[in-house]
Design a protein around this ligand. Structure first.
Ligand code: G3P
Length: 219
């Protein structure tokens, strides 16, 4: 499963990139606004921090012509940019057109397998299925992810199912169990994946025993 960090903060991207396990970055208008910096400069810095990753940058227009103009502008900024498009009628039309032009897309704000079908048929590279926002409504957000993975596999669509709106490590586990292709998550959630009390306790014991014995590795 690919692992993306969901942020508009370049410092967070730099930290996640250091580990060498990052496959991409997702941004959205809220995250970019929160960064307090310009869209293009932020996205370009992220692209250079993760040169081999896919960097999602979202259009904000909602009518087709303006969305197309924004998509062409954003995709011209760097090779590894994926144009993020909301799942609205002109958005699906836009994804079909971008697919025709070999421009990669990430369809966002997907909540049902029916919506995911439209994105897959339009040729979306990624289908961003939000889970946390559905869980917030006391409903199982992961259900649509499971159904979408089955749908993509059953019909042989090339789209990758991207689990978004991830709030905690259990979502990551459930995304893996569902066979999702990608999970994007805040840096804090990636950091939480490192931790286990038995890892900490085990390491402490190894090092205490080693030090008591007066051993060393380097001469
Ligand atoms: O990038 C979209 C998504 O991951 C947002 O998550 O926590 O605002 O629902 P959240």
């Amino acid at each position: 499963m690919k692992l993306f960090v969901d942020t508009g903060d370049v410092k967070e991207v730099a930290r996640a990139a250091e580990w060498g396990i990052l496959d991409g970055v997702t941004t959205n208008p809220t995250l970019i606004a929160k960064s307090g910096r310009g869209f293009k400069e932020t996205v370009l810095e992220i692209c250079s921090l993760v040169p081999n990753g896919d960097i999602s940058a979202e259009v904000v227009a909602t009518d087709y012509d303006a969305m197309l103009a924004e998509a062409l502008e954003v995709s011209s900024w760097a090779e590894n940019i994926v144009v993020k498009v909301p799942l609205i009628e002109p958005g699906i039309r836009l994804v079909s057109e971008l697919t025709r032009r070999d421009i990669r897309t990430n369809v966002t704000l997907v909540f049902t397998v029916g919506q995911a079908l439209l994105a897959a048929k339009a040729g979306a590279t990624y289908i961003s299925n939000f889970v946390g926002r559905v869980d917030d409504l006391s409903t199982d957000g992961m259900e649509a992810v499971r159904d979408t993975v089955t749908m993509v596999d059953t019909y042989g669509f090339e789209s990758q199912v991207l689990v978004a709106s991830v709030r905690h490590p259990l979502h990551v586990l459930q995304a893996i169990q569902a066979g999702a292709h990608v999970s994007t998550m805040p840096l804090k959630v990636i950091e939480q994946l490192f931790g286990h009390p038995l890892t900490e306790a085990g390491l402490k014991r190894f090092l205490d025993d080693w030090n008591k014995a007066g051993l060393s590795i380097l001469p």
